[in-house]
Write a protein of this length. Structure first.
Length: 387
């Protein structure tokens, strides 16, 4: 019965038993070492990959910083209680020969640079704020980690990778991919809703339990598809095309704004597949934290309010961009005569903002256009829950 010997192998001799025992002991030691290494790597990563909320003062203004960190890369949003205009963090550098970092943020018409020491619990240093091309104002800032009530708890996950073409093509173009997202730590009905919509933002057709696995899968598919698409080129064609074959896709899902009642998530996506520049846009999603409902304009505005928004947005745009004539917007460097309201909005206690991608209203050089309509102009158009 030869089949039985595959299930029950022949007994080992004494010498073979000793050798077998040593191998088992070596395997056991290796597994223990691997577990210790994995545990230490997990702990090390938690120190450099995180999402935190810092609150405090910049000069005499109350500031809130929603900050995501991935090693030496930072992203997120910062805003002031006195001027609730969420500004995206778009750059961070370590100052040479110092232990300080410099973080840049801004959106027309404001820019902010804060430079200082960042620890696990606080960020302190000097900041410079400029608005409407007026002289820059500098002030000391001190922001401390805020874990108080009214703020949601999130982990932050990050995946990145790149690929190259086969050496035979003699082309040094690269394909890069990165994906990052905040992810609720707590488990309740509200966070279940958040996870559902985060899954959709990650382009998953089913609810996601492990965002890292989903992002890794997307990374592999994106790079493989790029390699497959360009593998049909001849070495001569590939060499002639040079770096024009380079491609990239980046996504970062962050918290833009949060108070006790609402939270706004921002999904920034940037893609490059050749040409003069990348294409990018930020998708915003609002939630009522008490009901767990995803909010649309009709949940916030009266029907009359929705009809009035184009006029209000026109007034805000003219003020924001210093337009003093009465000519239509399309005669003042806008691509449109009328600005229609969009579901890409955010809610603050000072007003409601609308975010438009490049080319929607103005040129690519102008970037995303953020129009914040003050609460004073909206009160009679808001539903009771948002007055």
């Amino acid at each position: 019965m030869p089949g039985l010997f595959k299930i029950f192998p022949k007994p080992l001799s004494g010498k073979a038993k000793l050798t077998h025992l040593k191998i088992k002991q070596m395997k056991k030691c290796f597994l223990i070492a691997l577990l210790i290494f994995s545990y230490s790597m997990g702990n090390a990563q938690s120190d450099t990959v995180w999402y935190k909320v810092f609150t405090g003062k910049l000069g005499n203004m109350d500031a809130t910083l929603h900050l995501c960190r991935n090693s030496n890369s930072f992203s997120g949003y910062i805003w002031f209680t006195q001027l609730q205009w969420p500004m995206p963090v778009y750059g961070a550098t370590h100052l040479e020969h110092t232990d300080s970092i410099q973080i840049s943020a801004g959106n027309t018409p404001m820019t902010l640079t804060i430079t200082g020491k960042l620890s696990n619990k606080e960020f302190a240093g000097h900041g410079e704020l400029q608005k409407d091309n007026l002289p820059m104002k500098g002030a000391h800032f001190l922001l401390k980690e805020n874990t108080g009530k009214g703020l949601s708890s999130f982990q932050y996950y990050y995946v990145a990778g790149n690929g190259k073409l086969p050496p035979k093509l003699k082309n040094e173009s690269e394909c890069s991919f990165s994906s990052a997202t905040v992810w609720p730590i707590e488990n309740n009905s509200f966070t279940a809703t958040l996870k559902k919509h985060l899954s959709l933002l990650l382009q998953s057709k089913v609810p996601v339990n492990n965002p890292v696995a989903v992002m890794n899968s997307q990374k592999n598919k994106f790079i493989s598809a790029w390699q497959k698409e360009n593998s049909i080129l001849t070495p001569k064609d590939a060499a002639d095309l040079g770096f024009s074959l380079s491609a990239s896709q980046d996504q970062n899902i962050m918290v833009m704004y949060e108070n006790e009642k609402n939270i706004t998530l921002a999904s920034y996506v940037s893609e490059y597949s050749g040409g003069a520049h990348n294409n990018y846009a930020t998708e915003l999603i609002n939630f009522d934290k008490l009901s767990g409902k995803k909010l649309s304009l009709k949940d916030v505005f009266t029907p009359q309010g929705i009809r009035s928004l184009p006029l209000l947005l026109d007034q805000v745009a003219r003020l924001q961009f210093g337009i003093k004539n009465r000519k239509p917007l399309d005669e003042n460097d806008f691509f449109v005569k009328q600005i229609n309201a969009t579901e890409n909005f955010y809610i603050t206690s000072a007003g409601i903002g609308f975010l438009y991608p490049p080319y929607a209203l103005k040129s690519f050089a102008e970037g995303e256009i953020n129009l914040l309509v003050p609460k004073a102009a909206l009160n009679k158009y808001l539903l009771p829950a948002y007055r």
